[in-house]
Design a protein around this ligand. Structure first.
Ligand SMILES: Cc1cc2nc3c(=O)[nH]c(=O)nc-3n(C[C@H](O)[C@H](O)[C@H](O)COP(=O)(O)OP(=O)(O)OC[C@H]3O[C@@H](n4cnc5c(N)ncnc54)[C@H](O)[C@@H]3O)c2cc1C
Length: 724
């Protein structure tokens, strides 16, 4: 039989009575056994029958559930996405076939983008400037047609266009906006060099001002400074925003050249009419990649290429006719931070589109798991593979995560849109950290999940037509470009520690970190030997328990870091002690340890902990948004379904990190076991509405494309594809 839903096993009674009696404890343990999805051996036959029956079943009113969920998920710009889908549906000549050479894929991808702009009338740069949320929706939909197209669009508009409108001033907008928007000016974003990608401050390309001719001279001083991986450079680009060190001759100490740090310059790279590469510029092709072959990545070398002084994107720093440097920002570091800060939109887009890829992969895997029947009870029909507990364990937490990430990235896009309208420094800092953290966390999760989905589809998951190969390979680089994930997570950890330091000094916490103030209080009262043993379903499914568990976990880790930074031998696992040590001395300890190892060495010693800390923080942000989204859902039935999914997301994450919670006695052994059982049970419950949850993503077959993931007649479409 299917496991019955646990009724009231509230922890509240226990909190009132304090210690529980042995009888109560036994009773509760017994009730938890009822939660266990794997029935005892003598019940197997009965249970299997129920599972078999459940295979083809849809919950009562399932279509309504799916429709209500879809309505709640649907963003403000769904109509824009639907227009794009309709456009591609009507243009089979623009649909990406399964097999394609690199050259053909690049050409098709450019045709797709041109058709979107010129035939469908989409103006992505205008959207980005007026309503970033609609821009990201269009980018996600384009990525649904072909991930290469989404990235090509991102290179043209987020990167090349974004750098011009965000780092330049009015004169640049006036001159370039329309040409970028209507694709007359295809362009590149040339930051990365052969020797430096993540460490942008170490770039070596130079832009030396020549006061005689009023020009900058762009130069590649050595092979390590060749611009590498530059999207749109190999074939289509006519311009590039080139990131280079601004050098002012004679303005340094003793008449030496002054290095003013990294600035961005517009450099024409191909003739607008003939498309010939311009003099002094050498472009080579980065060649066939393991994915994203619709995007033409190239390498660029500059040999004394002259550009007018006006081509400096001068929002944060300018050079006058007589060669004097001016900036509203006092230091090179501040200018650098402002310059990179303006490019945050790229990361927002990647995080958002990564959720789109995850939804496609999960949709294919779940639809196939519902369709696929293997084995079953003796003399009974075979059962759907999604009725195997192991399959639920693989796919249901992933489905729950897709929902969690959906709400988190919608919030990120909203915050980004708000940020573009204000100059609120707190909001800018929030968006910077959130975009780094969500981009890193979500893209890593999606990359791993695509492989799990492939495996969950067995042999048929390996057919190229069923998409996992392309999804995996095209998406894989999302973990690296727009900021390597490991590097981005360190920015999150750095900001987290900075906030702690400010709090120690009596400062206030900025918006994103407000929860730390509350969780410090929570931490002072935990781990509590009583609550650490609560195992009732009501307690475990209480958002307060879940959020507290997520939020104290970074504190544990920071505490561990503190301990690593000290040679403390007298530490005892008293929560108050640990917290007070954390609150009053983390900054001092970091400082103390850096005296022997230096700041860099101390940081490196603790790097793995810092990365875990950053991930924990991001998980808590995601959960908080999910809980809020459940609460704000107006339709009761939809809210119930979302609550189920949210509980699975929360408890699965806690279970995956159970070692951390056990180590500090935040969770006693009985509670850990209860969390495990409840996670399995919730996976089973979510499986019962899996089809509705997938349908609510509202992804047309044109976007799914994999025959095994079609809404109907999947096997028939698959056999037809093969030629039967
Ligand atoms: C398909 C593709 C398209 C691209 N498009 C563009 C483009 O259009 N324009 C552009 O300018 N660039 C582009 N890039 C470059 C991309 O942005 C860089 O590859 C990326 O920023 C990472 O830099 P890197 O390759 O130098 O990696 P590295 O920084 O060398 O990283 C290598 C490894 O070292 C680790 N590592 C590095 N620093 C640290 C640290 N501090 N702590 C711990 N670990 C560390 C990283 O985690 C990584 O695993 C593209 C790249 C690809 C592959």
């Amino acid at each position: 039989m299917a496991p019955p839903p646990a009724s009231s096993r509230s922890g509240a009674g226990e909190s009132l009575s304090g210690e529980e009696s042995p009888a109560m404890r036994r009773l509760r343990r017994l009730s938890l056994h009822l939660l266990q999805p794997s029935p005892p051996a003598d019940q197997v036959a009965e249970s299997s029958l129920a599972l078999a029956a459940c295979a083809g079943r849809r919950v009562e009113g399932g279509a309504d559930v799916a429709a209500a969920l879809a309505a709640y998920l649907r963003g403000r710009h769904r109509a824009a996405q639907m227009r794009l889908f309709d456009f591609f549906r009507a243009r089979p000549d623009l649909q990406t076939p399964v097999e394609l050479t690199t050259a053909a894929h690049r050409e098709l991808c450019f045709r797709q983008l041109r058709a979107l702009v010129r035939d469908a009338g989409v103006r992505p740069l205008t959207l980005m400037a007026n309503d970033p949320a609609e821009y990201f929706a269009v980018m996600e939909a384009a990525g649904g047609a072909d991930i290469s197209l989404g990235v090509k669009l991102g290179v043209q508009y987020s990167l090349w266009g974004g750098s011009v409108i965000n780092l330049g001033t009015k004169k640049h907008r006036d001159k370039y906006f329309d040409g970028i928007d209507n694709l007359d000016y295809p362009g590149c974003f040339a930051m990365t060099e052969l020797h430096h990608g993540s460490n942008v401050q170490a770039l070596q390309t130079t832009a030396t001002f020549d006061p005689v001719t009023d020009e900058f001279i762009i130069n590649t001083p050595n092979d390590g400074a060749i611009k590498w991986w530059i999207g749109n450079a190999a074939v289509h680009g006519k311009f590039a925003t080139v990131f280079a060190r601004l050098i002012l001759p004679l303005q340094g100490k003793g008449g030496e050249p002054a290095d003013m740090g990294i600035h961005a310059f517009i450099v024409p790279i191909r003739d607008l009419e003939t498309h010939d590469v311009l003099p002094g510029i050498e472009i080579n092709d980065c060649g066939h990649k393991i994915g994203l072959n619709g995007v033409d990545n190239g390498a660029l070398r500059f040999r004394s290429v002259r550009i007018p002084r006006d081509n400096l994107l001068n929002r944060f720093g300018d050079v006058s006719r007589d060669g004097k440097y001016t900036s509203s920002l006092p230091t090179i570091n501040k200018r650098f931070a402002a310059t990179l800060g303006e490019l945050v939109g790229g990361r927002v887009g990647i995080a958002y589109c990564s959720v789109g890829v995850l939804k496609v992969a999960v949709t294919i895997a779940v639809r196939y798991a519902l369709l696929r029947h293997q084995f079953g009870p003796p003399k009974q029909p075979e059962i759907s593979v999604l009725d195997y507990q192991s399959h639920q364990h693989k796919l249901m937490p992933m489905l729950a995560s897709s929902y969690a990430f959906h709400f988190a990235t919608v919030q990120l896009v909203d915050k980004y849109s708000e940020m573009k309208k204000t100059s609120d420094e707190d909001l800018i800092a929030d968006v910077h950290v959130l975009s780094s953290g969500l981009k890193a966390y979500i893209t890593s999760y999606t990359a791993k999940s695509i492989s799990i989905c492939r495996e969950a589809c067995g042999g048929h998951g390996y057919a190229a037509v069923n998409r996992f190969g392309a999804l995996r390979n095209d998406h894989d680089i999302f973990q690296t470009f727009e900021g390597d994930n490991t590097v981005l997570l360190q920015q999150v950890a750095g900001d987290l520690l900075k906030q702690y330091q400010e709090k120690f000094k009596g400062g206030t916490l900025s918006v994103t970190w407000n929860y730390l103030r509350d969780s410090m209080g929570t931490y002072l009262s935990q781990p509590n030997p009583v609550t650490a043993r609560w195992e009732g379903e009501d307690h475990l499914r209480d958002p307060k328990f879940q959020l507290d568990a997520f939020r104290v976990s970074p504190l544990f880790i920071v505490t561990e870091i503190c301990l690593m930074f000290t040679s403390c031998t007298d530490w005892k696992p008293s929560p108050q002690y640990r917290t007070s040590r954390l609150l009053h001395s983390v900054a001092a300890r970091l400082q103390k340890h850096s005296k022997t190892l230096g700041g860099f060495g101390a940081w490196n010693r603790c790097l793995n902990h810092l990365l875990t800390l950053a991930e924990s923080h991001i998980e808590s942000v995601i959960l908080a948004k999910f809980i809020e989204s459940v609460k704000s859902c107006p339709d009761e039935r939809t809210r119930e379904v979302l609550k189920l999914v949210c509980d699975l997301y929360a408890l699965d994450r806690i279970w995956k990190d159970i070692g951390t919670y056990r180590n500090v006695d935040y969770v006693a052994p009985n509670k850990a076991k209860a969390i495990h059982k409840l996670t399995d049970y919730l996976s089973y419950q979510v499986r019962l509405v899996a089809q509705e949850l997938i349908d609510a993503f509202d992804l047309p077959d044109l976007i799914i494309r994999a025959p095994i993931g079609m809404q109907s007649e999947a096997y028939a479409q698959y056999t037809q594809y093969v030629g039967f």
